[in-house]
Ligand binder design. Sequence first.
Ligand code: AMP
Ligand code: ZN
Length: 492
Amino acid sequence: MQKYNDHQLKIYNSLSGEKEIFKPVHVGNVGMYVCGPTVYSNVHLGNVRTFMSFDMIFRYLLHLEYKVRYVRNITDVGHIVDDVDDGEDKIAKKARVEQLEPMEIVQRYTVDFHDVLKQFNFLPPSIEPTATGHIIEQIEIVRQIIERGFGYEKNGSVYFDVVKFNENNHYGKLSGRNIDDMLSNTRDTDGQSDKKNAQDFALWKRAEPEHIMRWPSPWGIGFPGWHLECTAMSTKYLGETFDIHGGGMDLKFPHHECEIAQNEACTGHSPVNYWMHANMLTLNGKKMSKSTGNNILPIEIYNGGSPFLSKAYSPNVARFFMMQAHYRSILDFTNDGILAAEKGFNRLMEGLDVLKTLQASSCSTLDIASWQKNCYDAMDDDFNTPILIANLFEGIKFVNLLNDGKETLIVADLNILSDTLNAFIFDVIGIKNEKASADTSGKLEGVVEMLIGMRNEARANKNFALSDQIRDQLSELGIQLKDGKDGTTFSV
Ligand code: AMP
Ligand code: ZN
């Protein structure tokens, strides 16, 4: 029986504004789509926070033994500067400025994104599709929207008719905006005249001769609008209706509002059962932004090379810092804040070291089952990591009391304490178990020393075939033996 059967997971649904009991479309399976990065520049720590929130959610769903298909896309075309339909494509602009192929820009920043996520111990998603890899699917959706009367073509571009859609649907239901307010807030440039209504958004844009990213379509040479890719890729891999769609809070409007409209125009129903939005990371109380210089790059965390930091911090500490806030709360990044997180993190790790040395007793004087329930209740309540972490510190307090002989636990309870602490800290919060990797390298050392001993014995017995075999096979594995005056040493 899978763990999720014993849990009543509640998720805050941005669409209803309420916490709802999570019921997946297919029992035991979860389909989750998260809007990925636009790969035209290095991700900043704010971006990392949003993806980390969903990494934690993915991890907890896996921990509950759901079978999860997690799709997180790469936006490599169509994201227009300032979200103005007649602005320039962010990737095309960067390619022009740097005199590179757009795909060189895409490759460079996709590699950077993956490097950063690896540093922060992210789990890879199940599928990581790209917008340029799904042009055919996007064209098909545009075709369907036109066929159902919600899209129109003008001068080689296709727009979504927001006013027509809003007659029988509610455009603005996710963001809480109404269509008249949108009118006064709509910024647009010379393309305005092509649209029937200022609120309409581009599904497909005609490519001007100088535009380097271009594909043939029934409406001429062009490129897809930004919102379209997520509709195409989410439904392709997760179905017409799927469980969770996530992204940063700032994507609610226009991006996710437009996604809902596109889906409803095609299928007549809502695509997503639970909309989830992660809140922003600010820096010293101000919005993190590249243009104002008020930002930190992930690399500056671990090399300490930011004027906002007094020293370097490990990615584990930065992860722990972020997990101390609820994913729906704004989190302000300060040097004092991460310094305090480092102290807490070290206390947690020291507690785990002590835990390994504890001995069981003949009776339990602590209620470990209730403590474990509190940990799960926190996570079942819309992934409340700050409450979980408070409970983990309670667990570490138990460890210290046990170590001081002030409390005792029977072996079964000691195992629950140990398994629960380890599972939540490493599997769910996603702290990289640096000790475990160090332990493994210690084991490697032991094994190689053992083989060196066997090789020495073979040589003493003049069994040179065996001694050479040991040396050669280790070499094939990248482990070089070096014979010297004081014996044999090795390097990996
Ligand atoms: P982008 O590459 O601009 O599409 O952004 C990637 C993701 O990062 C989106 O989900 C954004 O909502 C999110 N994001 C952007 N800025 C911040 C920030 N300061 N804090 C948290 N998330 C952010
Ligand atoms: Zn998206």
